[in-house]
Design a protein around this ligand. Structure first.
Ligand code: ADP
Ligand code: MG
Length: 235
C-alpha cells in the first residue's frame, strides 16, 4: 500500500527540502522503496541536496510533454529515486502543472512512499500537490508568525479536499522558542516531530549528501529518523 506525502509550508527556508530528502532517505534505509519529487516548480533545488545532476530530462520536461516520467527518474541510492525539476526560468515557463497528477500516479506504481517537495506560497502549482497527496506534512519553524503561516496552508489543503498528516516543527532551539506542543495545540494539529537547529544540516547541504547519511549520529538526523517512524510506523 503506497503512500504519497506532500511536504508543505507557506514560507520558504523552513526546511521542506531538507525534510523531503531526509524523510525519504530514512525510509529507504529502513527498506522501503521511495521516490522523492521536486514539486517546487518555481524554485527547484532538491537535486543539489542529493548531488544529482540530471542527465537531461527533468519534471519540467515531463510536464511540458517532452519526456516520460521514466526518463526523469534517477536512482539516488539503494531503494530511493529522485525526480528533479529544472532550475531555469525558461523551463518553468513551459510547464503545465496539471500533469502532476499523472506523474504521481506513475510513481505510486514504483514506490512504497512518494514524497512531494512542494513550493512555498499560494500559487496553483503549490496548491495542486496538496490535493494529489494522501496526506500533507505541514512544516513550520517555532516563531509566533509561523502559526498564521500554517493556518493559511491548512486552509489551502481544505480548499483542495486534501488531508493533513500533522505538523513538523523544524529548526528549534533549546530555549526561547514557542514549544512545539503549544503550536500544535493552537492549531489543532498533532505534532509529528521536532527537528533541532543543527549545524550538521547546513554541512550536509554543502556536501550534497542527506543529513541522515552525512552525519547519522547528529541530533537533527536522530530527530528525522524519529519523525519518519512516527509518521509512517516504519523503523
Ligand atoms: P525550504 O525547502 O523550506 O525552502 P530548506 O530545506 O531548503 O527549506 O532549508 C533552508 C536552509 O535552512 C537549508 O539550506 C539548511 O541549511 C537550513 N536548515 C534547514 N533545516 C535546518 C536545521 N534543522 N538546522 C540548521 N539548518 C537548517
Ligand atoms: Mg525547498
Amino acid at each position: 500500500q503506497e503512500t504519497v506525502y506532500a511536504i508543505a509550508s507557506g514560507k520558504g527556508g523552513v526546511g521542506k527540502t531538507t525534510t523531503t530528502v531526509n524523510l525519504g532517505t530514512a525510509l529507504a534505509q529502513a527498506g522501503e522503496r521511495v521516490a522523492i519529487v521536486d514539486a517546487d516548480l518555481g524554485m527547484a533545488n532538491l537535486a543539489g541536496f542529493v548531488s544529482l545532476s540530471p542527465g537531461s530530462a527533468t519534471l519540467h520536461d515531463v510536464l511540458a510533454g517532452d519526456a516520460t516520467i521514466e526518463e526523469a527518474t534517477y536512482r539516488l541510492a539503494e531503494n530511493i529515486v529522485g525526480v528533479p525539476s529544472g532550475n531555469e526560468l525558461a523551463d518553468y515557463a513551459e510547464t503545465q502543472p496539471d500533469g502532476l497528477g499523472d506523474v504521481v500516479d506513475a510513481l505510486r506504481d514504483r514506490a512504497d512512499y512518494v514524497l512531494l517537495d512542494v513550493g512555498a506560497g499560494v500559487s496553483h502549482e503549490t496548491v495542486l500537490p496538496l490535493g494529489l497527496a494522501d496526506a500533507v506534512v505541514l512544516v513550520a519553524t517555532p516563531e509566533p508568525a509561523a502559526i498564521q503561516d500554517v493556518r493559511r496552508t491548512m486552509e489551502l489543503v481544505e480548499r483542495v479536499d486534501g488531508s493533513i498528516a500533522g505538523l513538523l516543527v523544524t529548526r528549534t532551539h533549546p530555549t526561547g522558542d514557542v514549544d512545539p506542543e503549544t503550536i500544535g495545540e493552537k492549531l489543532g494539529l498533532s505534532v509529528l516531530g521536532s527537528i533541532p537547529e543543527d549545524r550538521a544540516v547546513r554541512a550536509s547541504v554543502y556536501a550534497g549528501t542527506p543529513l541522515v547519511v552525512h552525519a547519522p549520529e547528529s541530533d537533527a538526523a536522530t530527530a528525522y529518523r524519529e519523525f519518519a517512524a512516527r509518521l509512517t510506523g516504519v523503523e
